[in-house]
Design a binder for this molecule. Structure first.
Ligand code: GDP
Length: 302
């Protein structure tokens, strides 16, 4: 199971520590909760989320009159799933159009795995029998266009581009025209990933969105924010900035395979109220999995 395998680092760190805790404490007491709190914070679950979880656990322990720690692993799993699900929409899908083209805007800071994610997504759609076109909207970073083309070649998808340094809105205009003319099912648009200047970022994303919307009313249908799980709480900070800059409709959390702090999924969900739609579990083309909350939580322990 790919999902399980991708979580092996987090599982090693997290579940072995919880198991160890349960073994050391026979009674569920204040010290037990304190150590659990530390483990959860260490796994990047995020302070607010941890506090909420610990409160819930304490109430549950009281309600069910739990005295010893032997049931605690399953109670923790249940509560983690509950907290995730209490935020609404779970395991949500990409918002695909029933008829006509679906336009997906992909945003995120350089280095998080944006290009790789676009390649993986293209491959998924192709495997579902859909036609895909890519728009090289990151005209700022040297090499970004070439890199997107490498992925395009790899998965057999064309890339609409202009020269480095050109106006990303002009690239989008071309791409939408081409996508319409070719009648493609999915247009995936890359964007520049500069965060240094929030006002510029906001302006650029707005301009790009405006061009797309003018050509295809209702588009973009999905704005996917790519975040790197290995950057921990930094990913949360990035997410907040992007949420202020544009309407983020879903998150792709990459490199979950490369961190022992996979608890960040819960923090993102709980603190941003944006669904995690995909997770990246490796560098290869098929290492992008649809996010599944239960599989995720049970994968932390199983
Ligand atoms: P971009 O600058 O955001 O476009 O980032 P890239 O797509 O170039 O990715 C940066 C690096 O992260 C590359 O070496 C990718 O192979 C790697 N990468 C991307 N996604 C994943 C993932 O899910 N897992 C792992 N382990 N590596 C990833």
């Amino acid at each position: 199971d790919k999902f399980r395998d991708g979580l092996s680092k987090t599982r090693e760190g997290f579940s072995s520590r919880v198991n160890d805790l349960v073994a050391r404490y026979r009674k569920v007491d204040e010290d037990f909760f304190e150590e659990l709190e530390e483990i959860l914070i260490g796994a990047d679950v995020g302070f607010n989320t941890v506090m909420e979880l610990i409160d819930e656990l304490k109430m549950e322990v009281k309600r069910r009159n739990i005295k010893d720690t032997s049931d605690m692993q399953s109670v923790i799993s249940e509560k983690l799933v509950e907290i995730y699900e209490s935020q609404g929409e779970v395991n949500s899908e990409v918002n695909m159009q029933e008829s006509g083209m679906t336009v997906i805007l992909v945003v995120g800071v350089n280095g998080v795995g944006k290009t790789t994610t676009i390649g993986k997504l293209s491959n998924r759609f192709k495997q579902e029998g859909k036609s895909v076109l890519l728009a090289a909207g990151d005209t700022f970073r040297a090499g970004a266009i070439d890199q997107l083309e490498v992925w395009g070649d790899r998965v057999g998808v064309d890339v609409i581009k202009q020269a480095e340094g050109s106006d990303p809105a002009a690239v989008m205009y071309d791409a939408v025209k081409a996508a319409k003319a070719r009648n493609v099912d999915v247009l995936i648009c890359d964007t520049a990933g500069r965060l240094q200047n929030k006002v510029n970022l906001m302006k650029e994303l707005e301009k790009v969105k405006r061009v797309i919307e003018r050509e295809i009313p209702g588009a973009p249908h999905e704005v996917l924010l790519v975040l790197d799980a290995t950057t921990g709480q930094n990913a949360l900070v990035q997410a907040k900035t992007f949420k202020e800059a544009t309407d983020v409709s879903g998150i792709v959390l990459t490199k979950l395979d490369g961190t022992a702090k996979g608890g960040i999924v819960l923090a993102i969900r709980n603190e941003l109220q944006v669904p995690v739609k995909f997770v990246g579990l490796g560098e290869k083309v098929d290492d992008l999995q649809k996010f599944d909350a239960e599989k995720y939580v049970y994968g932390l322990f199983a």
